[in-house]
Design a binder for this molecule. Structure first.
Ligand code: HEM
Length: 446
């Protein structure tokens, strides 16, 4: 290792708090300005904490793949997430993570996703029937909320074999409170202990208790009445540790269930909402999706073999996740001193790989701010990683891509969507990249 003291460049910050203020109020702007002023390795200081943003595919591969043993998930964002879902596939490290991933992976193989397709289409139809009533009554629809409810319903049926229709609204509210709370904790240097009865902590505890109660009911229902068709819960309940032969405890099953409820719906919902927002700005692409679907499926519901024919729909979705990646930052904890591009990366600091900045890096993308789905006619963009990279690559990517290619054309087949005038839709980074204030549309049946 060469000169370990070579410190990476840093944007100007306040003497004591460093970049805290901007991190709290405009983290995307801070990261974008940081990379354009300082290059591909940027050092941020948040009070006593040091973070490096690495903004090059090769540096991302160093952190997430080649030297991953030095960069684990025991980061501040993981600690915050663990307030919601404890030790689970999202947050675990080492042997626990490996064992869980091995157990759960078969549930998400491409072949298993085939079994989800009819359910995804059925849940979408229910939503669209409701939209038809709204369209006739001239009522607008709030897309971000609709997509959250839809993807939650899908996850409930596909992964938990349960109809969570009644719970969708309560979970949406609870998840909203929880993700904002954990994100506020992540972006603050000083947090009161989570056991203190502050108003924010009490709100969080109530939301968590609501979700816990729903998950406990789900587990109980499966125990007393095991379903004919295996699902994620039955798989978790039946799994044993390869070495010890021990089953997962109730708490471990609860943690995984909440992790999947969260990861399985929030990300996809945001990606779909951003896509519909972009299609509103680029209606020509909505027509492309419609005609592609008509030639692949006619009026019939989609089948797995049809999905590969929906290439343009996929490109639109990819371009949307390029511009607005639902997971906008992946944080890792640095175990031992390291060096990236000649810059010192100290032990116990954080490293961030941000799909948001990487997807807008001008060296890798022509006109990075423009919506151009056709750029994905070329496959294998090295600076494209909406689903992460390396062994922690998103386990649900096939599932999410199937959802996108079913839900988007089904919506567009039945409706024309027009964004209400005067909305200022902006990204709101929390755990995922949300649409601040949502996105309201008027519907017209086709
Ligand atoms: C468009 C939708 C989605 C996006 C953009 C997305 C993105 C990601 C990313 C970037 C990671 C890696 C995080 C890191 O390395 O720190 C990840 C991990 C994960 N995702 Fe997704 N995801 C999506 C949908 C889903 C779905 C539908 C599920 C489940 C049904 C899911 C479950 C998970 C889980 C459990 C992990 C942790 C995997 C591990 O560490 O082994 N995701 N996701």
């Amino acid at each position: 290792m060469s000169d370990k003291r070579r410190i990476a460049p840093s944007p100007r910050g306040a003497p004591l708090t460093g970049h805290l203020n901007r991190l709290r109020n405009d983290v995307l702007g801070l990261m974008m300005d940081g990379t354009s002023a300082c290059g591909d390795v940027v050092r941020f200081r948040v009070g006593p904490l040091v973070m490096h943003l690495v903004n090059h595919p090769d540096h991302a591969a160093h952190v997430l793949i080649r030297n991953r043993k030095n960069y684990d998930k025991a980061s501040r964002s993981s600690d915050c997430l663990a307030l919601i879902c404890g030790e689970s596939l999202l947050t675990a490290n080492g042997a626990v993570w490996k064992q869980r991933r091995r157990t759960i992976q078969p549930m998400f193989h491409r072949a298993a996703v085939v079994g989800f397709i009819d359910t995804i289409a059925a849940c979408t139809s229910i939503m669209l029937d409701d939209w038809a009533l709204k369209a006739r009554a001239g009522e607008p629809v709030e897309i971000a909320s609709e997509m959250m409810k839809l993807t939650f319903r899908i996850v409930g049926r596909c992964l938990f074999g349960a109809d969570l229709e009644q719970e969708a609204h309560a979970v949406e509210d609870a998840m909203h409170v929880m993700v904002l709370h954990t994100y506020h904790r992540w972006r603050s240097i000083l947090n009161s202990p989570s056991s203190w009865p502050t108003p924010a902590n009490l709100r969080f505890r109530k939301a968590l208790a609501d979700v816990d109660a729903i998950v406990a009911r789900l587990i109980e229902r499966q125990r007393s009445n095991p379903p004919a068709q295996p699902n994620l819960l039955t798989m978790l309940m039946g799994s044993t540790d390869a070495e010890t032969g021990a089953s997962l405890s109730d708490e471990e099953i609860r943690n995984e269930s909440i992790a999947f409820l969260l990861a399985g719906h929030e990300t996809t919902a945001n990606a779909l909402s951003w896509t519909l927002y972009l299609l509103d700005q680029h209606p020509h692409w909505a027509d492309v999706i419609r005609s592609e679907y008509e030639s692949a499926c006619g009026n019939a519901p989609p089948r797995m073999e049809d999905l590969s024919g929906l290439a343009q729909t996929l490109h639109v979705f990819e371009e949307s996740t390029r511009l607005y990646p639902p997971i906008w930052a992946m944080e890792r904890h640095v175990i031992a001193d390291d060096e990236i591009a000649g810059f010192h990366i100290p032990a116990h600091s954080s490293v961030i790989v941000s799909p948001y900045t990487l997807h807008r890096h001008p060296d890798f993308w022509e006109a990075p701010g423009e919506f151009r789905p056709e750029r994905f006619l070329k496959r294998d963009h090295e600076a494209f990683m909406p689903f992460g990279s390396g062994p922690r690559f998103c386990i649900g990517s096939e599932f999410a891509l199937a959802e996108a290619r079913i839900i988007l054309p089904m919506i567009l087949q039945r409706f024309e969507l027009r964004g209400e005038a005067g909305q200022n839709v902006e990204p709101e980074p929390a755990i995922t990249l949300r649409l601040k204030g949502g996105f309201k549309v008027r519907l017209r049946e086709r």
